[in-house]
Design a protein around this ligand. Structure first.
Ligand SMILES: [Zn+2]
Length: 94
């Protein structure tokens, strides 16, 4: 007689055989406490959220990069104009 050990999934609360859980060497009984189905669902959700959040962050990064570039080119232009102005040696202030 084979005794099938079962456990209750922490996520869906359904009692399933250990085969329904992924192996994990450091977990109690060497299995995850969440069944494969729930884990897959969670992973998909996580991935979707990650992509969503990452997409937003990437967009902000690009925005920040653009403004940084603008700032840089402004500084560059200011320096360039000042240098050019000096070369003309027509400084009405000094
Ligand atoms: Zn489950």
């Amino acid at each position: 007689m084979i005794i099938m050990s079962t456990r209750i999934c922490k996520n869906c609360n359904i009692e399933k055989s250990l085969e329904a859980y992924n192996k994990h060497p450091r977990m109690l009984e060497g299995r995850f406490s969440v069944c494969k189905v729930c884990k897959n669902t969670r992973q998909r959700e996580y991935h979707k959220n990650y992509q969503y959040e990452n997409g937003a962050r990437l967009y902000q990064c690009r925005k920040a990069d653009e403004s940084a570039r603008e700032k840089y080119s402004d500084t560059y232009m200011a320096v360039y104009l000042r240098e050019n102005y000096k070369k003309k040696s027509l400084n009405p202030i000094g």
